[in-house]
Design a binder for this molecule. Sequence first.
Ligand SMILES: *[C@@H]1O[C@H](CO)[C@@H](O)[C@H](O)[C@H]1NC(C)=O
Ligand SMILES: *[C@@H]1O[C@H](CO)[C@@H](O)[C@H](O)[C@H]1NC(C)=O
Ligand SMILES: *[C@@H]1O[C@H](CO)[C@@H](O)[C@H](O)[C@H]1NC(C)=O
Ligand SMILES: *[C@@H]1O[C@H](CO)[C@@H](O)[C@H](O)[C@H]1NC(C)=O
Ligand SMILES: *[C@@H]1O[C@H](CO)[C@@H](O)[C@H](O)[C@H]1NC(C)=O
Ligand SMILES: *[C@@H]1O[C@H](CO)[C@@H](O)[C@H](O)[C@H]1NC(C)=O
Length: 480
Amino acid sequence: MKTIKGVSQAICALFILYLGAKSFGQEDLDMAPMEESEQNALYSTIQGFVGNWWNGSDLYPDPCGWTPIQGVSCDLFNGFWYVTALNIGPVHDNSLSCSPDLEFRPQLFELKHLKDLSFFSCFLSRHKHPVAIPTGNWEKLSDSLQSLEFRANPGLVGTIPTSFGVLKNLQSLVLLENGLAGEIPPEIGNLIKLKRLVLAGNSFSGQIPNTFSGLNELLIFDLSRNSLSGPVPLTLGSLTALLKLDLSNNHLEGNLLQELANLKNLTLMDLRNNNFSGGLTLSLQEIHSLEEMVLSNNPIGGNIRSLKWENLQNLAILELSNMGMTGEIPESISELKRLRFLGLSDNNLTGNLSPKLATLPSLNALYLSGNNLTGVIKFPVEFYIKMGSRFGAWNNPNLCYPVGEISPSYLPFGVKPCQQEVKLLELDSKTKLSNVGMNQISNSMTSLGFSRNATNSFCWTSLLEILMIIGLSLRSHIAL
Ligand SMILES: *[C@@H]1O[C@H](CO)[C@@H](O)[C@H](O)[C@H]1NC(C)=O
Ligand SMILES: *[C@@H]1O[C@H](CO)[C@@H](O)[C@H](O)[C@H]1NC(C)=O
Ligand SMILES: *[C@@H]1O[C@H](CO)[C@@H](O)[C@H](O)[C@H]1NC(C)=O
Ligand SMILES: *[C@@H]1O[C@H](CO)[C@@H](O)[C@H](O)[C@H]1NC(C)=O
Ligand SMILES: *[C@@H]1O[C@H](CO)[C@@H](O)[C@H](O)[C@H]1NC(C)=O
Ligand SMILES: *[C@@H]1O[C@H](CO)[C@@H](O)[C@H](O)[C@H]1NC(C)=O
């Protein structure tokens, strides 16, 4: 009896031990063993951004376990929790919001497994409390950091620290719409794992560094909306993986690079609103992957026929307004079956309009205004109906539409009816009159948003497209 009792007691004890061990194991994971130094570094870093009222150890005693902090992610390394992502700013309803007198604390750099650091709409006060990016200590994050993003922080001022050049594992560097200025440090060229480099919407000046030739994994390169000047360095031709190149809205000058032909995967090239010149570089026709080519508002000049447009079969958006281009619109453009937007306004284009343009199956915006096109527009009525206000041909004084063939509600805006040749003599005074009339219409159209400005009309079409998509999705909801 005794032995049986002893055995059962032993079994019972073992069972309890087993249960205990099991639940301890569970607890082990749930309780998130975290080095105190890591935990305190996290608390102090966040407190620097959200204000001293925020007491992390009170509010979030177990930040990688049962009291998670919005915007903080953790991962296990050697049985301990470490912070891997820190996203500051009002992304979600319950995100931590930034204090007006925020600061970078040095403890940020103690988070030794930090992979992803981002700030959205956090540094807001450019005048009362401007903050600069810390220059030192980035080497402490050089092994771990893969993504560093500052978006929409007008109060983030100063320059890009040259010490960013040590972040050798960085795949994404996004400094979008902040108050940063100065030159782009050449050291950015050390970040050879970069897939995305976005410095748009700051006040960067000086030239684009010529040190980027090693960035051969780069997919997105966006320096738009800054004050960069000078020529584009030849080394951009080495960014062979590039999908998107956006240098628009700067003061860049010089010729379009021959080397752009090396970018065999490029789908978007946006160089609008710069000071590029020297004509359409022949190598442009080699970039067969291009879907969007936007070169408007540059004194590029040259004859529009110098390129074999039919080579660019993937083009959906071709925006060449206000470039000082001459020549006749080539028929080869009407072979671009995917073309949705064609902008050729405000050039010196001459000659007749090929009726083949109206056969482009995907076209939904065609702007030809402000040229010297001549003759009769021979588009079918259905074309005017389909395009509506997204067809623009005004300010071509020698262009006309055939009288009587188009119903008055679809008449091309700002284009005059063709006159019979016999009436030519009495024309002079009439043309003056009708020109005055047309200018008035033109002005009221402009105030409605139908600007003859190419960039605006571009935005306008995008807006229309968005409205159409919203309309469609609403309809599909109703159908459901
Ligand atoms: C947070 O609160 C605890 C007591 O609840 C206090 O000991 C600690 O000093 C506070 N920490 C900070 C950073 O204010
Ligand atoms: C271009 O894209 C293709 C298909 O996505 C890919 O296989 C190729 O490696 C890319 N080229 C470069 C130079 O990255
Ligand atoms: C544009 O570039 C030309 C040289 O091609 C230069 O003479 C001119 O000053 C530049 N214009 C601006 C506004 O920078
Ligand atoms: C373009 O036309 C304008 C007049 O509309 C003229 O002043 C200018 O010299 C022309 N430019 C070229 C390159 O032909
Ligand atoms: C437009 O072209 C006609 C000839 O087709 C020419 O007589 C006229 O001078 C040109 N106008 C401008 C502004 O270049
Ligand atoms: C075109 O746009 C620019 C800048 O967006 C503006 O300054 C200019 O007045 C516009 N021109 C017209 C004719 O609307």
